[in-house]
Design a protein around this ligand. Structure first.
Ligand code: SAH
Ligand code: SF4
Length: 440
């Protein structure tokens, strides 16, 4: 979502004469778009600001007027603190108010307290991002589209409801228009984004209410769009309509990222996730019934307060049962202002380290197995960009794995059949089917 937001900030500034440069050294305006989800991500901001202070001083000494802006969720959560810890920062913008950027930059003199903008005006933001005001520039055949923002679920570990605000869906009309414009610029794959993307709902043209499954089916009708993905889903919002779409909407890619966080019902309850491990497993089974080849991905947190060895074993057990194609796993990070931060029985860092290492070893083995299972298959690959080696392109399988193959640059943006020859934990490699037939 931050990648998408950063692209949109560039789109907003372009009509005002700004253009992107390759290196911060050459920039007159530097925007740090920040993440507050874990402490490590938030702390990075301050170390980066130290480096940028020097760039700003050097630029100003050379007669330029360098401005530094901090945007995103750290800005939202720590606006005033940023201004006092890092006076080199000119402006601070929360994730729901960055559409005011051009207006603020146009003002020559500002009062300090005006320079922290953390209001939640999500609908106004969506309007300001309308294509007529900030035309989207496309960088390749795959693009993100935000369809939903914010969250009302208040998991006890998570800052999102505080930094991104309440759940808001963009209208189906706006989304369809944006996707249509993207397809006209050569985009063939879209990834619909939202903190709880499958909670999306919106009024449809005939007055009915569409859910995410309906939206996907309608986006699939847009000429030129061949692949649809969405992330991140919440187990509580996996309705039958969406599961059915996996069965019969062939443009919906066979990949589902469905975080579970823990396999222990006690921990899930303390996290306020609103479901049990068995319910999660039922959803995965229903999705697999609809689309047997679907790749399942997830998020995990180890070391949530009061997580015992036995609780952690439950997580390992669930992972063994599911067999993930990919996964993200994290040590619990105490976020200020969330209920989890104040809970008793916080787990020791060393304990978190060893649990994370064990979990990641299992997940890594599963990912490797999944990648290796593609060897010998011929898969449709959407080529997105050139690779590191001459004559090589990088693309993705329907299951979101990266694939390297020798192919001409003219194939960027096209979907080609590739015979998979090799797999590592992180990528596949293969040859164009035409070439493999030629060799045979
Ligand atoms: N809405 C999604 C997740 C959004 S946050 C969901 O509910 O599933 C992305 C991931 O960051 C979460 O799934 C979780 O695994 C991780 N995360 C969030 N807060 C965290 C924290 N305080 N410590 C460690 N990991 C965290
Ligand atoms: Fe955070 Fe996701 Fe829970 Fe919302 S549902 S509070 S975004 S983890």
């Amino acid at each position: 979502m931050n990648v998408y937001d950063s692209e949109r900030m560039a789109d907003l500034l372009r009509p005002h004469g700004y253009r992107a440069v390759e290196a911060a050294e050459n920039a007159d305006l530097i925007i740090l778009n920040t993440c507050h989800i874990r402490e490590k991500a938030a702390e990075k901001v301050y170390s980066e600001l130290g480096r940028l202070k020097q760039l700003k001083e050097a630029g100003n000494a050379a007669g330029r007027n360098v401005k530094i802006v901090v945007a995103g969720c750290v800005a939202q959560a720590e606006g005033a603190e940023i201004k006092s810890r890092a006076p080199q920062v000119d402006m601070v913008f929360g994730p729901q108010s960055y559409h005011h950027l051009p207006e603020y930059l146009a003002r020559s003199s500002r009062l300090l307290d005006e320079a922290v903008e953390t209001e939640f005006d999500v609908e106004e933001k969506f309007d300001s991002l309308d294509n007529a005001i900030a035309p989207r520039t496309v960088t390749g055949p795959a693009a993100y589209v935000t369809i939903q923002e914010g969250c009302d679920k208040f998991c006890t570990f998570c800052v999102v409801p505080y930094t991104r605000g309440a759940e808001v869906s963009r209208t189906a009309d706006e989304i369809v228009n944006e996707v249509r414009l993207l397809s006209q610029q050569g985009v063939r794959e879209i990834t619909l984004l939202g903190q709880n993307v499958n909670a999306w709902m919106g009024p449809a043209p005939r007055g009915e209410t569409w859910k995410l499954g309906d939206l996907c089916r309608h986006l699939a009708l847009i000429d030129g769009i061949d692949r649809i993905r969405f992330t991140t889903s919440h187990p509580r919002d996996m309705d039958q309509g969406l599961i059915d779409a996996f069965a019969d909407e062939k443009k919906l890619m066979p990949y589902l990222h469905l975080p579970v966080q823990s396999g222990s019902d006690k921990v899930l309850k303390a996290m306020n996730r609103g479901h049990t491990a068995a319910e999660y497993l039922d959803i995965i089974n229903a999705v697999r019934k609809a689309r047997p080849d679907i790749a399942i991905s997830g998020d995990f947190i180890v070391g949530f307060p009061d997580e015992s060895d036995a609780d952690f074993e439950q997580t390992l057990k669930l992972v063994e049962e599911i067999e993930y194609a990919s996964a993200y796993s994290f040590k619990y990070s105490r976020r200020p202002g969330t209920p989890g931060a104040g809970m008793p029985k916080q787990v020791a860092e060393t304990q978190k380290d060893s649990r994370l290492a064990r979990l990641q070893a299992v997940l890594e083995a599963q990912k490797t197995r999944f990648n290796q299972s593609q060897i010998g298959q011929t898969l449709p690959i959407l080529f997105e960009k050139t690779g590191r080696h001459d004559g090589q392109l990088i693309g993705r399988t329907p299951y979101l794995q990266s694939v390297h193959a020798k192919a001409p640059e003219s194939m960027i943006g096209s979907i080609e059949l590739v015979y998979i020859k090799d797999a590592t934990p992180n990528a596949l490699s293969g040859v164009l089917q035409k070439d493999s037939e030629a060799v045979a």
